[in-house]
Design a protein around this ligand. Structure first.
Ligand SMILES: Nc1ncnc2c1ncn2[C@@H]1O[C@H](COP(=O)(O)OP(=O)(O)OP(=O)(O)O)[C@@H](O)[C@H]1O
Length: 239
């Protein structure tokens, strides 16, 4: 059975695209297609194309390691490696071939600063990452994705495991990504989609696979939707 069908969508460079829709409409599946994590879903077949610039990432010969370096992903539950804060960031840098110690240290400081963590952890970089709070762990995971200087970041409900304060910090951070990274965020939280998004796509599944009902600038989709289903959904009258 199709999880998604008839998907045709541009994702704006440097924008924050929020993907909204009820449970099971294919939001995560869509996200996973954008850096081919869909390859890891047993039995999953993808037809069509996903273009990153002029390259179809589903074309044979795509370098998946390079793709995932360009298009990083952050999951719902923070997933730091069970090692030190420092090693969490050093590992991807080393794996990508960076050996120079000064460069590694500079990149680590740069990424921790970018997520607002540097001042919080600079004195405990050699301590376990799992000793951080949930919100700090999530910011560490974002910093880890940033070490490889991605152009796009995919986020699958990045705040749903966090308390309201940590959620606010991550939302602010995503706001700062505008213009720097192309960000796609799956969220169940309509308020969050409105706060962080520049664009929004509303997915819906009528039983024949998820499809996009409406997409466009956040103000348009929330305040002047063209489709009745979108209006009912953004007004919270259907779930
Ligand atoms: N690994 C899998 N194997 C088989 N079917 C799957 C798998 N993952 C998802 N699906 C199916 O694909 C459809 C879309 O699921 P998906 O998780 O993408 O939806 P979603 O909108 O992200 O849902 P939620 O908001 O609950 O996370 C659902 O029908 C789901 O059952």
């Amino acid at each position: 059975m199709a999880a998604l069908s008839g998907i045709d969508m541009d994702i704006h460079d440097g924008g924050v695209t929020a993907i909204i829709g009820p449970s099971g409409c294919g939001k995560s599946t869509f996200l996973f297609c954008l850096n081919r994590l869909s390859d890891l879903i047993p039995g999953c077949r993808v037809d069509g194309r996903v273009m990153l610039h002029s390259h179809d990432i589903f074309s044979p010969g795509t370098d998946l390691t390079a793709l995932r370096r360009h298009v990083g992903i952050i999951f719902q539950k923070p997933n730091p490696f069970p090692t030190t804060i420092w090693r969490n960031l050093e590992m991807p840098l080393k794996q990508s071939g960076i050996r120079d110690k000064a460069e590694i240290a500079a990149r680590i400081e740069e990424c921790l600063t970018a997520v607002g963590l540097w001042n919080e952890v600079r004195d405990r970089l050699r301590r376990p990452a799992l000793g951080l709070s949930g919100g700090q762990q999530q910011r560490l995971c974002i910093a880890r994705a940033l070490t490889l200087r991605p152009e796009a970041l995919l986020m699958d409900e990045p705040c749903s495991a966090l308390d309201p304060i940590a959620t606010g910090v991550i939302e602010e951070l995503i706001g700062e990504f505008r213009g720097k990274y192309t960000t796609v965020v799956v969220t169940h939280n309509l308020g969050q989609a409105r706060r962080i998004g520049t664009d929004v796509a509303f997915f819906w599944n009528e039983g024949r696979g998820g499809r996009i009902i409406e997409r466009g600038p956040v103000e348009k989709v929330f305040d002047a939707p063209e489709d009745d289903l979108t209006r009912l959904y953004v007004e919270g009258r259907i779930a």
